[in-house]
Write a protein that binds this ligand. Structure first.
Ligand code: 13P
Ligand code: SF4
Length: 306
C-alpha cells in the first residue's frame, strides 16, 4: 500500500472512530500502518487490561481471535470487532475443551493454568490464565501442594518451570512462528553482529532461550532495549515488533534473528479491513453468557496477580 493511500485511509479511520466512540487496540505484531492508527499498542497483557478498562462503546481488536474473545469476556457490554475473522492463533487451536477435560480427570486436584492464547471454551476449564509477561508470577503464586497442568505452550511452560522451580505437566503445543527459531539462527546472527544482545520470547524453544541475554514478553523486550546501555540487539520474536522498537529507540540497531519470524495470522489485519470493520461493525466476536461466566474467573484471577 502506498503512503498516500495509507494516509487517506488513516484519516478516514480516525474520523469514523470518533463517530462510533470506538477504541482501536493493536498488538506489537501488527502491520506498521495498523499500529500507527491504533489508540493503544501493547502486548497481550496490556491489551487485556485496556479492554477491561475502556469506556468506549466499540473495541476494534487488531490482533488474533483469542485476544478479541478475551476483550469480549472482560467487557461484556461492548461491541468487539475483529477486522479479519480468520485471524486465529494456531497454538490456541492445539488445545480444546473436550481433550482438556479428559486430561484433568487423569490428574485429579491439579491447578490448571492456561496461556491467554486459548479459546474461551478452554479458559472455562482452567483455574487461572497468564500471558508471557506475568506467567512466572502467576505460577509462583499457586499453592505448592497441588500439581500444575499448563496448556498449551510447552516452550513457555518449560521456561516458567525453569524460573519457578515448580514441577509442571506440559501440554504438547507451541507457536509455529516462534518454534521455528533455531540455535543455528541465533549463532549465525551473533557471528554477524558480535556486539549485539540477544532478546527472545519465551515461546521459543528451550535451547534457543538458553542462548539469550533477555527473555521476555514483547513489551518487556521494548523496555529492555530502550533502557539498556547496549546499542545493538538481535530480535527473537515476530517481525512486527521492529516497528515499535525502531520508533521508541531510534538510535539503536535491531536485527531479526531469522527472517522466518512472521506470524501470518497477525498480518491478516490490513488498514482497509480496519476501516471496513468500523463502517460495518463486523465481524463481531461474542461469547455466550454461560462460557463467559465460566471463563472470566481465570482472566480476573490473572489480572489480580499482575
Ligand atoms: P506477548 O504479547 O505476551 O508478548 O505474546 C506474544 C504472542 O504471541 C501473542 O500472540
Ligand atoms: Fe499465535 Fe504465535 Fe501468532 Fe502469537 S505469534 S498469534 S502465539 S501463532
Amino acid at each position: 500500500m502506498d503512503q498516500k493511500t495509507i494516509q487517506e485511509l488513516s484519516e478516514k479511520i480516525t474520523k469514523l472512530k470518533k463517530e462510533r466512540n470506538a477504541v482501536i487496540l493493536a498488538h506489537f505484531y501488527q502491520r506498521p500502518e495498523v499500529q500507527d492508527v491504533a489508540d493503544f499498542i501493547g502486548d497481550s497483557l496490556a491489551l487485556s487490561q485496556q479492554a477491561a478498562s475502556t469506556d468506549a462503546d466499540v473495541i476494534v481488536f487488531c490482533g488474533v481471535h483469542f485476544m478479541a474473545e478475551s476483550a469480549s469476556i472482560l467487557s461484556p457490554g461492548k461491541t468487539v470487532v475483529l477486522p479479519d475473522e480468520n485471524a486465529g492463533c494456531p497454538m490456541a487451536d492445539m488445545v480444546d475443551a473436550v481433550r482438556l477435560a479428559r486430561k484433568k480427570q487423569e490428574i485429579p486436584g491439579a491447578t490448571v493454568v492456561c496461556y491467554v492464547n486459548t479459546s474461551a471454551d478452554v479458559k472455562a476449564e482452567c483455574d487461572i490464565a497468564c500471558t508471557s509477561a506475568n506467567a512466572v508470577n502467576v505460577v509462583a503464586s499457586l499453592p505448592e501442594d497441588r500439581p500444575i497442568l499448563f496448556v498449551p505452550d510447552k516452550n513457555l511452560g518449560h521456561y516458567i518451570a525453569s524460573k519457578t522451580g515448580r514441577d509442571m505437566i506440559l501440554w504438547e503445543g507451541c507457536c509455529n512462528t516462534h518454534d521455528r527459531l533455531t540455535t543455528e539462527d541465533i549463532l549465525k546472527a551473533k557471528e554477524e553482529h558480535p556486539e549485539a544482545l540477544v532478546m527472545v520470547h519465551p515461546e521459543c524453544r528451550p535451547e534457543v532461550v538458553a542462548l539469550a541475554d533477555k527473555v521476555s514478553s514483547t513489551a518487556g523486550m521494548i523496555n529492555f532495549a530502550c533502557e539498556s546501555e547496549a546499542t545493538e540487539f538481535i530480535v527473537g520474536t515476530e517481525k512486527g515488533i521492529l516497528h515499535p522498537l525502531n520508533k521508541r529507540c531510534p538510535d539503536k540497531k535491531f536485527y531479526m534473528a531469522s527472517e522466518r519470524l512472521v506470524c501470518p495470522n497477525m498480518k491478516k489485519t490490513t488498514l482497509d479491513k480496519v476501516y471496513q470493520a468500523l463502517v460495518t461493525l463486523e465481524p463481531r466476536v461474542t461469547v455466550s453468557d454461560e462460557i463467559r461466566e465460566q471463563s472470566i474467573v481465570c482472566l480476573e484471577r490473572m489480572l489480580d496477580v499482575v
